[in-house]
Design a protein around this ligand. Structure first.
Ligand SMILES: *Cc1c(COP(=O)(O)O)cnc(C)c1O
Length: 427
């Protein structure tokens, strides 16, 4: 079998391929551990589907108001079982992760309340949602204030600062599991549990929302297993398994999720309306595939860190660190490095492989962003993609891959483009 010839046909030179194989040789144990977590989570998803007696009637399309939509209602029960929560809201009407987070925040914060982030600045798009950057219809406009406790220099929680920020108006605490576009560490579910316990120790009735984007199925437990009142994410990331073409989820306590449903549709309507538009097969099957898809993406992230760290580029997480999400930050140190890396990812794609990514002013971000994605679902970042804001320290955030083999090719192609641009020398 001429695998090497196949890679050459795809554009990967022999030295790049051989360097990749030498890196892979040391990763067998890491990959076995990733497979064990995937196996566990596959069982968790299967058990939830069996328990809720998923059958073909649940795949039927509904239109219009969507009253009595059995497939949608049952999918929400499946999600609630997977995340071990009382309730779930899983809808194509939730347009993206930012929308899901906006619904969760605005449903559970009233004028005069304060939102606290104990983990430093939130994801870029939430700055406008919260009103950190002035924005029409932000929480700030509705009289919700915001407080933030930054992480310590070493990326750990600053418990003294957090204690000092919790006051009688603190209603909701938002914890972002994944680093997003920052070079801080992502948090383990256990760390998040410790933080939640600390905050609830100070204020027992405070609600905690975890931005779970990119974290689903990376570990055997989820933040909802360690005290989060709501976990929130996007279906065009991990839990959609690459098949969901749109959507978001909010799993949590009945009280919080009901409020989210009233906010998403209308007071009095809540979860009763919202046609599924024929998306149920993709939502169910995507969730079914998600544990293995996530494991492929994780292998890609570990491979990328090991490839680039050995070549002298700073990686977060580092080559040997435990993983808490599927994102790999690689600090390339220059705009040219970011462009070459992204061009390699693009060239490896099944869709749009012939286009050349360039930096652009993407809505919701305050600097130019470069993105490489050749995805079946536009903007899907569980599919192989790389992106990053063109600013210091010139880091790309690499994620996804519906299969490990595609992730591998993408990383090898990114290295190929770096080598061709004279930005790196192989050992
Ligand atoms: C992707 C992401 C979001 C926002 O999701 P969109 O679907 O892009 O709106 C929020 N938080 C984190 C940590 C994310 O990774």
């Amino acid at each position: 079998m001429e695998i090497e010839a196949m890679y050459q046909q795809l554009g990967v030179s022999r030295p790049v391929y051989e360097y990749g194989e030498s890196v892979l040789r040391d990763l067998r144990e890491r990959f076995e551990e990733i497979d064990r977590v995937a196996e566990y989570n596959q069982g968790k998803v299967l058990a939830a589907m069996q328990h809720n007696r998923v059958n073909a009637t649940h795949f039927a399309a509904t239109t219009g108001y969507g009253y009595d939509d059995a497939g949608r209602d049952n999918l929400e029960k499946v999600y609630a079982d997977v995340f071990h929560t009382e309730a779930a809201l899983v809808r194509p009407q939730i347009t993206c992760g930012t929308h899901a987070l906006t619904v969760a925040l605005s449903a559970n914060l009233l004028p005069g309340d304060e939102l606290l982030s104990p983990v430093g600045a939130p994801y870029d798009t939430l700055e406008e949602v919260i009103g950190i950057r002035p924005s029409t219809c932000s929480l700030k406009e509705y009289g919700v204030t915001y407080a933030q406790a930054d992480l310590k220099e070493d990326g750990s929680f600053d418990y003294d600062a957090i204690r000092s920020k919790i006051n009688e108006r603190t209603k909701l605490i938002t914890i972002q599991r994944s680093k997003g576009y920052a070079t801080r560490p992502s948090f383990s579910v256990q760390q998040i549990g410790e933080l939640i316990a600390f905050c609830k120790g100070i204020k027992p009735d405070v609600k905690v929302m975890v931005d779970n984007c990119y974290g689903e199925f990376v570990e055997p437990i989820e933040p909802s297993d360690v005290g989060a009142d709501m976990v929130v994410g996007s279906l065009i990331k991990n839990p959609g398994g690459g098949l969901a073409p749109i959507g978001g989820y909010i799993c949590g306590t009945r009280e919080c999720v009901e409020r989210c449903a009233y906010r998403l549709s209308a007071p009095g309507l809540g979860q009763e309306v919202g046609a599924n538009l024929g998306l149920m097969p993709a939502f169910y099957q995507g969730l079914f595939l998600s544990p293995t898809v996530t494991s492929g993406a994780l292998k890609g992230a570990v491979f990328a860190a090991n490839i680039y760290e050995k070549l002298g580029f700073a990686c977060v997480p580092s080559a040997s660190e435990d993983r808490h999400d599927i994102i790999q930050a690689v600090t390339l140190g220059s705009p040219e490095g970011m462009v070459a890396f992204c061009q390699g990812i693009q060239a490896a794609a099944p869709v749009d492989s012939y286009v050349t990514p360039e930096p652009w002013a993407m809505p919701g971000y305050d600097t130019d962003v470069i993105m490489a994605a050749g995805a079946f679902v536009q903007g899907s970042s569980i599919e192989l993609s790389a992106d990053g804001p063109i600013r210091e320290p010139y880091a790309v955030y690499f994620q996804g891959g519906l299969t490990w083999y595609h992730a591998k090719l993408g990383i090898l192609m990114s290295l190929q483009k770096m080598v061709e641009a004279g930005l790196v020398q192989l050992p």
